[in-house]
Design a protein around this ligand. Sequence first.
Ligand code: PMV
Length: 378
Amino acid sequence: MSGYYEKTCTAPVNIAIIKYWGKRDVSLNLPTNSSLSVTLSQDNLQSKTTIRADPSFSKTRLWLNGIEEDVSANKRMQTCIKEARRLRSLYEQQLLRDGNSDVVPLAEYNLHICSENNFPTAAGLASSASGFACLVYTLAQLYSLPNSTSELSLIARQGSGSACRSLFGGFVAWEMGVNYDGSDSIAVQIADEHHWPELVALICVVSDAKKTVGSTAGMQSTVKTSPLLKERIEQVVPKRMEEMVKAIKNKDFNMFAEITMRDSNQFHAVCLDSFPPIFYLNDISRAIIKLVNEYNAISSDYKAAYTFDAGPNAVIYTLRENVDELAGLVKRYFMGEERGQIPSSFRVDAVPILEKGSVRHIIKTTVGDGPRIIEDGL
Ligand code: PMV
């Protein structure tokens, strides 16, 4: 047999509005709570992966952003490849049983995998979600897997928990599931990318440094030591998930904004409640929170909602009508620029003006679609 088989796909980044924090099973990446995220447009942020299967390849190799990495050292990546291969073998057996005689034994071929992000690592954004979603989606295309996107999310989840949510566009829930083997811990789409076009995200890059405490280690420590986490996962998140689904379906920005900010706050509270405490926010993050609170205070409706992952960078969700005003405020207070009008009842002195470059740059983006198959390979 000769010739190779190749597919190229892209996948988006997602930012949680109800945070995943805590694993009940580390090797399977099973979470202690359900979570919910917004998939962001691939125009600004996306991973791109080309995978080639060739019977002449002597081993499976991996290049990340142009640099070869040791696949055998990346256990989570190996798990994703192994699982996708297992599904391909099952599919090949099915095809043979159905009388197809020309089934290509792709599951046996070694792979060359090239993956890149269109955003520099310097953007300070985690790329593991888009990266693993892209890997799994590309494998599924290469192998022509008949499985549903939620079934594929089971595999992406094992690469990086939050990656399961990047397999869908729009608004996505990761249902924690109850099964011991994780077979029901899947991502499902709540609404697609066309549902709420007025929603905009402003990513405020505060730092491009790597996380001080990685998410797996941080979660482990929180699960072991934080009494507050128990309250969060048992009492708070289940109710919030229901309310957030309602807020999204009704495009209710007030409800969306309040839950988003409360959930970010509580995630950072369980980090602080871990022992020793974990700090992801810094003084700039706290000043951004202050700015958003002051901005919200000028109106009876919420105008913006901040959220922070395991680092100091802010993502601020707002509505299209407010985005220029809000970006103007961020530029004035954190980037040393005197742009735009200050809204009339805004308490100018309530927020500290930080030095130029406190926010390094802003990425303005919208809700986006899920992974795509493309022609143009790496
Ligand atoms: O998927 P991980 O292991 O990178 O963890 C993600 C954790 C948070 O970003 C803080 C929250 C989330 O739900 O994305």
